[in-house]
Design a protein around this ligand. Sequence first.
Ligand SMILES: NC(=O)c1ccc[n+]([C@@H]2O[C@H](COP(=O)([O-])OP(=O)(O)OC[C@H]3O[C@@H](n4cnc5c(N)ncnc54)[C@H](O)[C@@H]3O)[C@@H](O)[C@H]2O)c1
Length: 369
Amino acid sequence: MKSYHLTVLPGDGIGPEIMDAALSVLDLVGQDFNVQFDYDEALFGGCSIDKHGVPVTDETLKKCKQSDAVLLGAVGGPKWDDQPHDKKPEAGLLKLREVLGLYANLRPAKIYNALLDASSLRPSVIRKADVMVVRELTGGIYFGQPRGMDEDKAWNTLTYSKHEVERIARTAFELARKRDNRVTSVHKANVLESSQFWRDVVEEVHKEYSDVFLNEMYVDNAAMQLVRDPKQFDVIVTQNLFGDILSDISAMITGSLGMLPSASLGEKHAMYEPVHGTAPEIAGKNKANPLAMIGSVAMMLDYTFDMPEAAAMVYDAISEVLELGFRTEDIATRNTSLVSTTGMRDLILEKCSDKSGTIIEMVRMSYEG
Ligand SMILES: NC(=O)c1ccc[n+]([C@@H]2O[C@H](COP(=O)([O-])OP(=O)(O)OC[C@H]3O[C@@H](n4cnc5c(N)ncnc54)[C@H](O)[C@@H]3O)[C@@H](O)[C@H]2O)c1
């Protein structure tokens, strides 16, 4: 039996509730696919500040480095807003990304048919849209030196090394091979030298992936096209600043924050977390939507553990539960059935159980056949 070790960081606010739901789903997947997932849970964010005075301890960082993947709920809340900058819960997040070397942020925006009406865009525009934004996370203008400001001017530096562009391009091409085999490299090469460099390096790496279709787009056009016709995109790969903006645009075409999973990948480590925050106003009330966290587990199964059938089982369960009309409060509309966090968890578990019977049967049949 295969065995994997995870560090689990539920965090603050609704974090523990959605993590509990996601781990129940992971346990079921483990049983169905004969894989053992061990968890080591640790305090992270505000709860770590309360106990240890810092958002993340060295011991927790070490645990994360030693595990096969990290699952994170969410961190922060009004209680810790007045902490000095380096003691805020978010500082723990930056530290963790840095220590794990997480340079690629993956944000899928997949439209579930049952939620077509949740978007501010017309259903005909977004139906079947399934975009993956791959954002470079540790370089570019957010980190470039020199940076600063004085009374008369302010400055930042946008630098990318060949190594940084090559590795993010490879991440995008590899991902495209698991999806619809198309990559759009987004830049501003008509104006910026750093973008000309980005474009050229991505084209060079593409020679190793000639089976994947590559096209180029200027970032202003990409922003427009994402809203005009998101179906045209499969994988978008872009630098930190452009990715920050484009991933929020693509996320919002789905219309629901509680539905959006994400992954951050490095050369050796990976972390999976929902896009949303700690929703303090509903924390502890069994009202949070656990689907973004459950979707993050599905991404982990696919990308870190190479279990695409298990990931598909979870995504299909989400899709079917939504088709049946069950909704947590954040995505509820008229004529839908309101369920709690644990209610949604149980529905997903039930659908996964139904499916796993079928999948196990299919696997057995294919072996016998
Ligand atoms: N990665 C992270 O850990 C992360 C990300 C964003 C915000 N935050 C932190 O979270 C706290 C709250 O921030 P915010 O209000 O700007 O963003 P938020 O994402 O927590 O909430 C925004 C809105 O969406 C709702 N919402 C979010 N997730 C939901 C879910 N799963 N189910 C149901 N409703 C959900 C909230 O109730 C709220 O109305 C702040 O302290 C912020 O710093 C953390």
